[in-house]
Design a protein around this ligand. Sequence first.
Ligand SMILES: CC(C)(COP(=O)(O)OP(=O)(O)OC[C@H]1O[C@@H](n2cnc3c(N)ncnc32)[C@H](O)[C@@H]1OP(=O)(O)O)[C@@H](O)C(=O)NCCC(=O)NCCS
Length: 328
Amino acid sequence: MGVEIVGLGKCLPEKVVTNDDISDLVDTDHTWIIERTGIEQRHVATVETGVDLACGAGEEALRGIDRDSIGLVLVATVTPDAMVPVTSAQVKRRLGLENAVAFDINAACSGFMYGLWNAEALMKNGAMPGSNTMEIKRALVIGVERLSRITNWEERSSCILFGDGAGAAVLENRPGSSGILATYLKNYDDERGVLTCGKEYHKIPFWQDEIQPQHLALRGKAVFKFAVNSIEEVTMAALEKAGLTLDDIDWFVPHQANGRIMIAAAQRLNQPIEKFQISINKSANVSSASIPMALYDLSKTGKMEKGDKIAVMGFGGGLSAAAAIIEW
Ligand SMILES: CC(C)(COP(=O)(O)OP(=O)(O)OC[C@H]1O[C@@H](n2cnc3c(N)ncnc32)[C@H](O)[C@@H]1OP(=O)(O)O)[C@@H](O)C(=O)NCCC(=O)NCCS
């Protein structure tokens, strides 16, 4: 029994914010941003909600697929429109996925990878909701973010990095197929608080009324180092589980956090950068959405062929990291 990706979708807000636009807000310039991050522009939601973006990506991924066959909707996000109802429940309702159960996942920028792992496990081992016998035939896994909502637009070392958008994948449980060959996840302890948002949520507003805005905060160099180290560790571990080596991999699809992180990871893995899908230039870091968006972009290049092996790698707050080896 294999779990394959049979549909991909992507949805971006209409508004594009260039590096020059950001230099109107903070003391920065296009050259610095492009050289340090590889980012040329990002999309920012001004009229779209997170549910709009998630449904846009989901619609596209579901094209040609029987909606009644979707037994599971998982949405990874750190920026839900509302705490309740959860994003996945709203997506299920709006897309008319009558037979699906829905829940959200928050594993920061690794969210889509943790969603993939959950979906695969439930599809292989779980029963179809409402039945004790049938397995879940298909699942919709979405990563969606409106990071613009939690970005500190006055802080130049972080506001340049983030964007909004959604990416989606439909998974299918197919007897005799390969699909996801192996997954490896790991959590490291963020002892120094290098990547945080909502650090003050524990405060009790009943008598502490001075709650500060809860923006994304990062210690860039520390996250950079963690990213390159963890990509190497989880990728090698996933490859070992799959019984493959780095040279068997045709395409690498890492979380799009910084162009230089991807170049450093390619060097660390001793692989040509041409094998890496780079989407950060046009859409920046979209946390849990960036991996399905990059997978979508890779699929649209027409370079991928049936049977190609893909290593998908995520890392983020927590600190969390994950890699999956997928046969296309
Ligand atoms: C944030 C990041 C781009 C910063 O790049 P860097 O090369 O580490 O740059 P530094 O933070 O060392 O800053 C170098 C200098 O540029 C300045 N600088 C920072 N942001 C700047 C900006 N937007 N424009 C111009 N100068 C800037 C700094 O103030 C510093 O100046 P100084 O040398 O006078 O002190 C990079 O570390 C990164 O991408 N880290 C990981 C991203 C991340 O955390 N992603 C989220 C998790 S997935």
